[in-house]
Design a protein around this ligand. Structure first.
Ligand code: FHN
Length: 505
């Protein structure tokens, strides 16, 4: 009897301990009114289309392109699109620059054709940056393109030209607006991961509070105006929403998001639009992604799938180190090469993200020669190897020293950035999760020449991992560009491996 009691007690204790061990996750979930409205990815066709873009173009263009980082013979090496705050120009001088904005060389169709040749599938355009200048004729402010000598609606010209080239358009919109009298800035950066911005200055007096209400309504009106004027756009790309006063408006911003989505079905909005009621950005208090994709990766890429947490994401990247708008002087900055940008593009896609390259046209409407040349080189490479980037996802291969791998259907793309000196490309294949099964490389083909590649057994390492050697052509060392090999991986019974190898060599 005592024994039975002992076992019953033991069983109850084990059950209790197990339930404590399992429960924290469930118990810790905090009810939120303005957190993520979905757990997991969006599964609709619009979001699937976004996921398959692979490569995009960002354009930062506004009145800051006129000084291009220089004024009265002095140069700032801070971001040119922040020139109003550079200390080299007075606020008054800056706020009157629009009276000279007359980009005679601007040709939206030419830009769109260049983007198409580069291989961009979507484009994000700065309708309004932090200075508040509107590149469309907004009826809610006079500080717009309509009051420049140029007069025409630049947003419309670009939306039409890019849409005609089959490139989806997204509208960048800055929440920060230095031109609006009611706008309040209230941020304090506490760390540099742009995730948690602790301090903010609450609006302290009634006049400012009333002014901010007017600013909120102005912002809402402009967003509705943009979606009404340009109904073909696919999404909104928000910036400056780290502002503490904006973050404090979680309920209002959340309702605005719902209103925008209701008026524009399928609308795509990233994680930079709003914070939850606890001031958490990107991920809400429970760790769920706020809105449709993760926008944390600005000028940096994740290094592993684990880092992406399984979210959809994109990375926006400058060509120089940190200039988004036009800066006349690139002499002190490292300028990324097409090779660098292709490597980043493939890396992003190998980790299930999109990669977006920024361009900063000058005050006349020219895309600078350096950027034009880079776009061309990337486009030439993409026209041959784009299959390794568009519509792909991460492959089953682990990251290896020669480069990055992506996959689509039954094809795995190996994009090789580091050529082996002995011309034998060693591929480590994963262990099969199925009992007695093993991965083999069924076939391999060079993407550019469509020639089959010889695959040899590459041995095993001490841990039992299996390798294959792909024999590269003798003249491969002369090639200055990354190259792609398509392979077909197959899981076979361990016993069948020998037969496969014979067929391949
Ligand atoms: O301050 C801006 C910057 O000028 C630029 O627009 C980038 C683009 O992602 N966003 C802000 C910095 O995060």
């Amino acid at each position: 009897m005592k024994k039975i009691h002992f076992f019953t007690l033991l069983f109850c204790m084990l059950f209790f301990l197990q339930s404590i061990a399992q429960s924290p996750e469930k118990k810790m979930r905090i009810p939120l009114k303005h957190g993520a409205h979905r757990v997991g990815k969006r599964t609709d066709a619009d979001m699937q289309r976004w996921r398959e873009y692979g490569l995009g173009q960002f354009i930062h263009w506004g009145v800051y392109a006129i000084p291009g980082g220089q004024w009265n013979g002095k140069t700032t090496h801070y971001a040119a699109e922040w020139f109003r705050t550079s200390g080299l120009i007075t606020k008054e001088e800056y706020d009157n620059l629009y009276k000279q904005f007359n980009p005679a060389k601007f040709d939206a169709k030419k830009w769109a054709k260049q983007a198409k040749q580069m291989g961009a599938k979507y484009m994000i355009f700065t309708t309004k940056h932090h200075d508040g200048f509107c590149m469309w004729p907004s009826k809610y402010t006079d500080y717009t393109i309509a009051n420049t000598p140029y007069k025409s609606d630049i947003v419309k010209e670009l939306v039409d030209a890019y849409t005609a080239e089959g490139i989806d358009v997204y509208l960048y919109f800055s929440i920060i607006d230095w031109s609006h009298p009611g706008y309040q800035a209230g941020t304090a950066i506490t760390n540099d991961d742009r995730l948690n911005w602790a301090g903010y200055t609450a609006i302290s007096n009634e006049k400012d509070k009333a002014g901010y209400e007017i600013f909120k309504e102005f912002t809402r009106n402009q967003l509705i105006e943009l979606l009404t004027n340009y109904p073909t756009v696919k999404g909104l790309w928000f910036d400056g929403s780290w502002d503490g006063v904006w973050m404090k408006e979680a309920a209002w911003v959340d309702a605005l998001g719902t209103e925008l989505r209701d008026m524009h079905p399928g609308l795509i909005i990233g994680s930079r639009f709003r914070a939850d009621e606890n001031g958490k950005r990107h991920e809400d208090t429970n760790g769920d992604l706020i809105d449709d994709y993760d926008q944390r990766f600005e000028r940096n890429l994740p290094n592993s799938l684990a880092e992406t947490k399984g979210f959809d994401w994109d990375c926006v990247m400058t060509i120089p180190e940190n200039q988004w708008g036009y800066h006349r002087d690139w002499s002190l900055t490292y300028v990324k090469t097409p090779y660098d940008l292709i490597e980043m593009t493939v890396k992003a896609n190998s980790l299930d993200g999109n990669f977006v390259i920024n361009f900063g046209p000058d005050g006349d409407g020219n895309i600078r020669q350096e950027e034009t040349d880079i776009a061309k080189s990337i486009g030439n490479w993409m026209s041959v190897n784009g299959d390794a980037v568009y519509g792909v996802q991460h492959s089953v291969l682990e990251k290896q020293d020669w480069g990055h791998s992506t996959a689509k259907g039954d094809i795995t793309y190996l994009t090789v950035f580091n050529k082996p000196m002995n011309n034998l490309l060693k591929i480590k294949v994963p262990r099969s999760k199925e009992k007695d099964m093993i991965y083999v490389i069924e076939s391999a083909m060079f993407k550019s020449t469509k020639k089959a590649a010889v695959v040899r057994d590459g041995g095993r390492d001490k841990s039992g991992s299996v390798y294959y050697d792909i024999v590269l052509p003798a003249d491969i060392q002369k090639l200055s560009e990354p190259f792609v090999i398509e392979i077909k991986l197959k899981q076979v019974n361990k016993g069948e491996k020998a037969a496969y190898q014979q067929a391949l060599t």
